[in-house]
Ligand binder design. Sequence first.
Ligand code: MG
Length: 377
Amino acid sequence: MRIATIKTFPVFHGSRNYLFVKVETDTGLYGMGEFGITWKEQAGIGAIEHMKRQLIGLDPLNTEMIWQVLFRGDFFPGGRINTAAISAIDMALWDIKGKALEQPVHMLLGGRLRDRVACYTGIGGKTPADTARSALEKVAAGWKYLRLSVSDRDGVLEPRTAVRDSVAHFAAVREAVGSEVEICIDVHTRLDPPDAIRLGRQLEAYDPFFVEDPLRCENPQTYRLVRQHVSVPLAVGEQFASKWEFRQLIEEELLDYARIDLCIVGGLTEARKIANWCETHYIKIIPHNPLGPVSAAACLHLDLATDNFAVQEGGLIGHPVMEDLFPVQVPYAHGCLLAPERPGLGIEFDEEAASHTEFRWLHGPRLRRDDGSFTNW
Ligand SMILES: [Mg+2]
C-alpha cells in the first residue's frame, strides 16, 4: 500500500474555520486528520502541500519514519504550523493503519483500558447566578465535569477584576452543584503570575479539579513561580508543539495535567510518547479538543489506551456537529465518549459534501485592558 495523494478541506462552521486533511492510498483506503492552529489554516494548507510531495509513494504504515522525516527532514525547525500539519497527516496515517489491520486505533496504541471516557463541558453566564444555572442544566444532562472561564466584561479584561469575578462565579457553581461534580476553570493564558497566584489561592476553598493555562507558553520556567505559591492542580500545554515543549514542565513536575493537543503537538505518534513520559512523573493527560470530529476521535482513542488519563475536553462533543461532512462519528452518551468498534478512527468523511463548504479569512477575538491596550484572549 502506498500514499497516493493528500487533500485539504478548509471548512467554515459556526464562527470559525476547521481544516480537515484526507490521505488517500492506492488501495482505496483513506485516513482523516485535523489541523489545530485555528486562524492559520492557509499556512497549514501550504505546509501540507510541501509535505505531500515528499510522501506520495511511501508506505502509510511507517508512521514513525514519516514523523521523523516531516519533523527533521528539511533542516530548519518549522514551528507549530509544521507540527500541526504533521499532526493532521499522522492521525490520518493511524486511521489508515487501523483500517488496514481491521482494528480500532486504540487497539494499536496498547488496547482498551476503560469502558468509557468522561468529558467536561463548558459553562458560563453574565452573573454568578447565570453560571450556576448553566452548571445545573449541564449536570441534569449527565455531565459530571464542568469548566468555566476567566472572563472579560464586554471585551475588557482587567486582571484583578477578572480574578474577583472568576472566584464569585466558581463559588456560585460549587454552591449549586455540591461536592460530587468536578469544576475546572480555564484562565486561557489571560493572567500574569501575581494574578494567577491570587486566583489559585482564592479558589483553593472551592476545590477546583484544575486551573488551566494561567500563563502563556513562551516561558515554561515561569510556572515555577506559580507552582511555589498555589496548591490547586495545574493543567497546562494546549499551545505546546512537540515533546520538547513539554519537557521542562514534566521533568520539573510543574504541572498536574498535560493538556496535549493532538492536532498541534505532532499527532498520535507524538502524543503517545508525551503521555508515557507523563506516566513516569504521575502526571495525567487531559487532551485539548476545541476542534471537530476528527480531533475528538483521535483524543478518544488515546484516552482509551492511556492509563494516566484524567478527563477529556468535550468541545463540540454531545452536540450534532458537521454531520453532513462526517456521517459517522465516534459514539457519545451522557457526558462520555464510548469505545468505537469500527476499524481506524471510527469516522467516515463525505468528500462531496466537503467540496461545497466555504473558507473565511478570520482572526482571533480581541480583548483589551481598561486603558485600551491589548491583552490576551
Ligand atoms: Mg484551554
